[in-house]
Write a protein that binds this ligand. Structure first.
Ligand code: FE2
Length: 217
């Protein structure tokens, strides 16, 4: 008889999640700075700002989609008889659906060179406020539930399935984005989840290219 060993999820297993949240906060701080100076930058700086903004916005979209299609559904099955905890997942989905339109509204304002300078600052304020409170809410109420009900094996399987759904070009951006603020040990752990050939591509191509590109400022 085969037995499947199931072990509890640890903080190390959740490295990608915590690094992504840290990256979103880092970019929220950059956006708050943009809100104060927007409209005074030259064209090259505007292009760099858009590179940073689009990278952030793309990663946030992917992250929410992975939570909404992989993480919350698995937890819903396990928490079926715990209405208070299911309400936390309802909140997570509701907060995601509030953030998405603010991303679209800000994208639109960045594209509009004529009226954008008037709209960008308050649209950034709206987005940053929603994002900060959502990240804090998720870490306070959803993270403990994730660790309680999802096993390390399930987490690994769902991470693999989620990465499989990404285009090659998305993985090429995600790796460098996640390790930007990581300690060497965290970067090693996170990258060890990639197959060896992709690890090498990350090291010698994706990451150097990501670091060469001017973004945000
Ligand atoms: Fe998250």
């Amino acid at each position: 008889m085969t037995t499947t060993k199931s072990t509890a999820l640890t903080d190390d297993d959740m490295d990608v999640m915590t690094l992504l949240h840290a990256a979103f906060r880092r970019d929220a701080t950059r956006l708050a700075h943009v809100a104060q100076t927007y409209g005074t930058e030259n064209d090259e700086t505007h292009d760099a700002l858009l590179v940073g903004w689009r990278g952030f916005s793309r990663e946030l979209h992917h992250h929410h989609r992975i939570e909404d299609t992989h993480i919350w559904p698995l937890m819903r099955r396990k928490l079926a008889d715990r209405p208070d905890d299911l309400a936390v997942l309802d909140d997570m989905e509701a907060e995601h659906s509030l953030i998405d339109p603010t991303l679209a509204a800000l994208e639109e304002a960045f594209d509009d060179r004529e009226h954008g300078p008037r709209q960008v600052p308050h649209r950034i304020d709206d987005l940053v406020a929603l994002l900060q409170s959502h990240l804090a809410h998720e870490e306070r109420d959803a993270f403990p539930l994730i660790k309680e009900v999802i096993t390390a094996q399930e987490w690994q399987a769902l991470s693999k399935a989620a990465v499989k759904e990404l285009a090659y070009s998305d993985i090429a951006q995600l790796g460098p984005y996640v390790v930007e603020g990581a300690t060497p040990e965290q970067a090693r752990r996170v990258l060890s989840e990639l197959p060896v050939p992709l690890r090498l591509v990350h090291r010698f191509w994706w990451n150097p290219r990501y670091r060469r590109v001017r973004r945000w400022e």
